[in-house]
Design a protein around this ligand. Structure first.
Ligand code: DON
Length: 309
């Protein structure tokens, strides 16, 4: 994928990079601990095919929680919003992404939204396919279309590393199963979920996917509606209300762009009607969001008046 390196963006990246020292790479998934905390890259993808970037854009990373927006889009396409929202709610939690606290306070137990782990596990369990391989292949094919790259796959090392250590997510699944929110074999579901989270790409791909969401689901290169407009709208709304977890309110005020983060350090942004943004910066703040990535978005939003509010 060709993307022109851009001087202005480079200046912003170097300024934002100074914040990486205040963050920490995620290591609760041991294989993620190998990332270089100083890395920072960004790409902006426009609907006319133009792309500008700065930093080492060839650096690959795993989607982690960013995959939750994309699996939600696919499940909404497959099953429709009525069925999906019988299983998962629409409200932000104000809690960390892996929190179990609010699940027990909901009767019947229903995860508050699809961006927290409990909700994402329910969404992954709704992916269509008769085997895990079939479900993963469908999700990968969807992501390959959005990113316009048929070579995108997942990191076996990172998927395994998460699977072997995902006891909190196991606990969430058993809780949900006990309360009849899902009937799937927990190990099978974790196997699929950890592979979904380990889907790997660079920030150029991520910016392209963000651009398709920004353009209401239309791929401008083919003029095809690859995500129905209504599904893209729902996903972008979740990105605003829950995309940055318990930092979503502050992010909406300071930056005002639908965005989704992941603990590997990725952030996907979708500036409605304008362009997609892909960022990779693995040093995280205490809420699990890329610390320099947020600074970079803050500068971009202020300099170019990107807030939608
Ligand atoms: O379930 C997990 O813990 C990870 N696979 C994804 C979490 C994540 O990316 C949270 N994001 N900031």
């Amino acid at each position: 994928m060709f993307c022109e390196s851009n001087k202005e963006l480079k200046t912003l990246v170097e300024e934002a990079r100074t914040y990486t020292k205040d963050g920490k790479v995620a290591d609760y998934i041991p294989a993620l601990g190998k990332a270089n905390p100083n890395d920072l890259s960004i790409a902006i993808n426009y609907p006319d095919g133009h792309c500008v970037s700065a930093g080492d854009v060839s650096e690959k990373f795993t989607l982690q929680s960013i995959s939750k927006v994309i699996s939600l889009a696919l499940v909404l396409i497959d099953r429709g919003s009525k069925e999906v929202f019988e299983h998962v709610g629409m409200e932000p939690t104000g809690d960390p992404f892996n929190s179990i606290a609010k699940l027990e306070t909901m009767i019947p137990a229903k995860p508050l939204n699809p961006m927290i782990n409990a909700g994402a596990l329910v969404v992954t369990h709704l992916l269509k396919g008769s085997t895990n391989d079939e479900k993963l292949d469908r999700l990968l094919a969807f992501i390959q279309t959005l990113a316009n790259d048929s070579t995108i796959g997942y990191s076996e090392e990172i998927a395994r590393s998460e699977y072997e250590t995902a006891d909190l997510n196991r606990a969430l699944c058993y809780f949900l199963k006990q309360h009849n929110r899902m009937n799937e074999d927990v190990e099978q579901l974790l196997n699929l979920y950890t592979k979904q989270c380990a889907i790997e790409m660079n920030c150029l791909h991520l910016a392209r996917i963000g651009m398709v969401f920004a353009m209401d689901g239309v791929d401008p290169e083919t003029s095809k509606q690859v995500i129905p407009k209504e599904v893209a709208r729902i996903c972008k709304t979740f990105m605003v209300t829950c995309g940055m977890y318990n930092a979503s309110g502050e992010f909406a005020i300071n930056i005002g762009i639908p965005a989704k983060s992941g603990v590997a350090g990725g952030i996907m942004g979708a500036v409605p009607g304008r362009f997609g943004i892909g960022i990779f910066g693995p040093a995280l703040d205490d809420k699990g969001n890329s610390i320099a990535g947020i600074k970079l978005l803050e500068m971009l939003s202020k300099n170019y008046r990107l807030s939608m509010f």
